[in-house]
Design a protein around this ligand. Structure first.
Ligand code: PLP
Length: 413
């Protein structure tokens, strides 16, 4: 059995010590938290940042000239710079703070989408998408009379790139795909997807919700037009995230919501809008969480994303091998390139029952369709059991899950 220091440059015990929530018993057993694709746990540094803000300098930003307001504004705008570097955007102005990936995509559909999608235009999505990268496009497609086309998913959970090439045409206005799938872990060839879309004259929106904790994100290298992430998937707080957009696109887009902060001048006759990114940040934002988003990214930078990803990969390989050997297990999603997500079903045992029985052993997994109903339909299943790993997980925790699964199989026979 591997020890806690499998990856040479990473000390897992030291990392675990930074996550207070992990040190508890659930149903009398040590917690093994494998629901990281839903949300990651938060290190003490992120929690401290939240407490420091509320205890030390809680104030509204941008408008005040008093000391606390200036301190809060500085911290908020510093966070924008840190997120800019995290995704390698060319400028801080290209980073808009949102509630998360869902709001980022809705912002694009409601502004760029409404402005640029017309009757008969085509929007290409993939069969791997989360509902939040399907439904907003359906809303705008319905409103405008546009058509949604879907890149098929192959048996291993990767995208059928030959079909994608065939779907592209001069009618394609938008291609919107995820960087990594939340249900299967598949890492999509987004660079190639973007290049091909651009050759067809389309714009590309990348849902980076599952990529941010595991993969390098370089929006300039990718040359994507928009890229959306959520802080809570990368050790940060819930209710905040960021949307990247190319400057020339953001500047040409109409506002998303009206209110304070997004304007330059208001009169009843005529309102002029603020410059980017503030034009898209109406109202008092989620100040504390945006500031703590910076601490989350700093946590990742400190460990080193590559070292983290290498360790998570070891966890995934170990879990795939062990779970794959359990009688009657069918792994769903076996693409060559994956982030640390393991989805499976066991014969006709309902995933919900498996989830409940694992919970009784302190093992937290997610069960169900994972907000990807079309993908589940494609595989002819209602849902899966999903174990998704983060840097603080251990091989011993995987052993505990496997032991639980073996018992379930035995018990249910
Ligand atoms: N896209 C993917 C691939 C996801 O996994 C998720 C969340 O599970 C989302 C989008 C939505 O993210 P949020 O709920 O943080 O807005």
């Amino acid at each position: 059995m591997a020890d806690l220091k499998t990856a040479p440059s990473i000390d897992i015990q030291k990392i675990r010590d930074q996550f207070p929530v992990l040190h508890q018993k659930v149903n009398g057993k040590p917690l093994a938290y494998f629901d990281n694709a839903a949300t990651t746990q938060k290190p003490q540094s992120v929690i401290n940042t939240l407490v420091d803000y509320y205890q030390g300098y809680n104030a509204n930003i941008h408008r005040g000239i008093h000391t606390l307001a200036e301190k809060a504004t500085k911290a908020y705008e510093e966070s924008r710079k840190v997120i800019q570097r995290f995704i390698n955007a060319a400028e801080g102005e290209e980073v808009i703070f949102t509630k998360g990936t869902t709001e980022g995509i809705n912002l694009v559909t409601a502004t760029y989408g409404r402005q640029n999608i017309h009757k008969g235009d085509e929007i290409i999505l993939s069969g791997l998408e989360h509902h939040s990268n399907i439904v907003p496009w359906q809303i705008v497609a319905e409103e405008k009379g546009a058509i949604i086309k879907v890149i098929p998913v192959l048996e291993d959970g990767s995208l059928d790139m030959a079909s994608y090439r065939n779907l592209l045409s001069d009618r394609t206005k938008i291609v919107a795909v995820n960087h990594a799938s939340n249900s299967l872990g598949t890492v999509n060839p987004v660079k190639e997807i973007i290049e091909l879309a651009h050759l067809a004259g389309a714009r590309v929106v990348i849902d980076g919700a599952q990529a941010s904790a595991h993969l390098d994100i370089d929006v300039q290298e990718l040359d994507c037009d928009f890229y959306a992430i959520s802080a809570h998937k990368v050790y940060g707080p819930t209710g905040t995230g960021a949307l990247y957009g190319k400057r020339e696109l953001l500047e040409a887009m109409p506002p998303y919501q009206g209110g304070g902060e997004m304007i330059k001048n208001v009169s009843f006759e005529k309102t002029t809008y603020n410059d980017i990114p503030h034009r898209f940040e109406a109202g008092t934002p989620n100040i504390a969480d945006v500031i703590a988003f910076k601490s989350a990214v700093e946590f990742v930078s400190k460990q080193g994303k590559h070292a983290m990803a290498a360790y998570e990969h070891e966890l995934l390989s170990y879990a795939t091998e062990r779970v794959g050997k359990i009688q009657d297990v069918r792994l769903i999603g076996t693409a060559r390139e994956k982030v640390s997500v393991l989805s499976f079903v066991i014969n006709d045992i309902h995933p919900f029952d498996i989830g409940q029985m694992l919970d009784a052993r302190g093992v937290a997994v997610r069960t169900g369709h994972h907000c990807t109903e079309p993908l589940m339909n494609h595989f002819g299943i209602e849902g899966t059991v999903r174990a998704s790993f983060a840097v603080y997980n251990t091989m011993e925790e995987i052993d505990s899950m496997v032991e639980g699964l073996e018992r379930i199989v035995k018990f249910m026979k």
